[in-house]
Structures are given as C-alpha cells and as structure tokens.
Ligand binder design. Structure first.
Ligand SMILES: [Fe+2]
Length: 304
C-alpha cells in the first residue's frame, strides 16, 4: 500500500508550476476547469503531469439530484480521462442542481434506502460511460433530513458496496460533521469499509462558535493530521484488498491561498506525520515524536 501526498492545483500557483513543474508525486485538478478548454489550466496540468500523477476532481456532477445526468459532462470526463490518464476520477456525494437549476454548492442527501437505490443506478450509469470506477466524496453539512434512516457511515458503505464505486474520504469534512452533528470521526472510521478508499482529502475549517464552517481557508488542523495518522494506521493494520493499490492524499486550500512553498511545507508535515509509523514495520507500535523522522524513513527505503 502506497501513500502518495500532494495538493490541489490553484490559480495563484499556475505561473510557478508552468515554469518549474511540481515537487510532489500527485496533484489534483478540478475537472470543470478543463471542460471544453485546452488553455492555461490545461497547460498547467500537462506540466504538472511531467512530475506527478493526476487526479480529476469534479464539483458539478450532482449525482444525487433528480435530473438527467448531463451527457456532455460525461463525454467531457471520458475524453479528459483518455488524454490525461487520471489515477482517480471523483465528485461529491451530494446534489447541487434541482429542476434544471444549478446551485453552485454541495448539498447533503437524505440518507435512506430510496436515495441509495437512486444513487446506485446513477453511479452505475456514470461508471458505464467512463468504463471505470469513480470515487465519491463524503461532504461536510449543516443540516440533516427528517427522512434519514441511517448513519452517514452506513449510507456510504451501502452506496460503495452496491454501486461498486470508490470513496474519496475527506477527513476535514468528518471533523466538521463531528462538530455539527456530534458524530465522532474516529467512530466513523471504525465502521467504514476502508477497502473502498482511493483518495483522501485534508484541509482546514473555521469554528464559528455555533458550528464548524468548511471554508478551506487554513492549513489542516492538528486534529485533522491526527485523524490522518489514525487512518493510515487503520489501513496498514488491516489486511486489505484495496480496490486501488495506492491511496492518494490531497491538501485542499481554497481561501487565503498562500505561496506554493507553504503547500510544500504542509505536504511535508503530512509525510512526516506518518513517516515514523511506516518505518516501524509493526503497525501496533505507538507513534511518538522521535519516530517522526523523515530522513530515517527514507534511509530505510520507506516509500513516503
Ligand atoms: Fe474535499
């Protein structure tokens, strides 16, 4: 099992990436930035791909809505995939469109049997057109439905199993939901079907006093990093037959975007957080600071 860590491509970094490429093994691009366009964002992706694997991450599939899935979106995705050979194609487990109108947001879905059946059919259609599995991301939310019949983790497990799709696990979103719905993130991970994880997101959020707000305007919190370490421990400790052999982790940062050097620092912090654990062979070993030694891990040939 390989843990590759990188970040999402953001506009303020385009010039630098065009000039120098990237120094991480994986990057994520918003799929819609490339739809029907082969301009600057596309050139940035092509440049980044000289050094890194590419993940395509969509924001407008609206997999849970009641409208027909737009054929042109699927055609675009299929064409992009054939050109760019994305390691993962993902979108969100949500709806963002209703009665033909787009909300430009990611809204939660009722977590019940009827919605699972609806999603399974629609995910199947997308996967048939693309000829591969897609990954769907657990979202952060601020409300729940009276029509909910199950927990979020049960809902996600059922969808992944019955649609035979993958999971993009956003750890920051788990922490937002922990705060907003008193839904412990570690319990969520304990019950999650880990074998479906193809990709992980980490990022930051703000606490507004009454609730957590998912603004992606800060680095991952210590709690998010700890959750990431916990997840990698769970993955390593479980004899998993992962649907994907690599687990790609992407730093998301969308507001108050700092210079690209800070992105590199944050990916290093994530690497270091698991370097000691991975150097220790035994996954039952308790992690302590003395083991967070990147150089030692690299000397021992651990791929981080
Ligand atoms: Fe995310």
């Amino acid at each position: 099992m390989n843990f590759e860590i990188g970040f999402g491509l953001r506009r303020p970094h385009y010039a630098e990436i065009l000039r120098e490429g990237v120094r991480v093994p994986v990057v994520e691009c918003i799929s819609e930035n490339l739809f029907q366009m082969r301009g600057r964002p596309f050139r940035v992706v092509e440049r980044a791909r000289q050094n890194a694997e590419l993940l395509l991450h969509g924001v407008s599939l609206s997999i849970g809505d009641m409208d027909e899935i737009p054929t042109d979106t699927l055609k675009e995705l299929r064409e992009l995939d054939s050109i760019l050979e994305a390691k993962v194609i993902s979108d969100h487990l949500c709806f963002g469109r209703a009665h033909g109108r787009r909300g430009f947001d990611l809204w939660p879905l009722p977590m019940n049997e009827a919605m699972i059946s609806h999603l399974v059919a629609r995910i199947g259609r997308v996967q048939d057109v693309l000829g591969r599995r897609i990954a769907l991301e657990n979202i952060s939310a601020y409300c729940r439905f009276e029509a909910d019949e199950m927990s979020e983790v049960e809902f996600i497990n059922q969808i992944c199993l019955r649609a035979d799709c993958l999971l993009l696990l956003d750890l920051n979103n788990l922490l937002v939901n922990e705060r907003n719905f008193n839904q412990p993130a570690t319990e969520f991970l304990q019950e999650l079907d880990l074998s479906r994880i193809a990709q992980v997101h980490v990022g930051g959020h703000s606490d507004l006093g009454t609730h957590a707000f998912d603004d992606h305007a800060s680095p991952p919190s210590d709690a998010c990093i700890q959750l990431f370490v916990h997840l990698t421990q769970l993955l390593q400790a479980t004899e998993l037959n992962l649907k994907n052999t690599d687990v790609f982790t992407i730093l998301e940062w969308d507001g108050n975007i700092p210079k690209i050097e800070r992105f590199y620092q944050e990916t290093q912090r994530l690497k270091k957080s698991i370097a000691g654990m991975r150097a220790t062979k035994s996954m039952n070993t308790k992690i302590d600071d003395s083991l967070f030694n990147l150089e030692k891990a690299e000397r021992e040939g651990v791929r981080i």
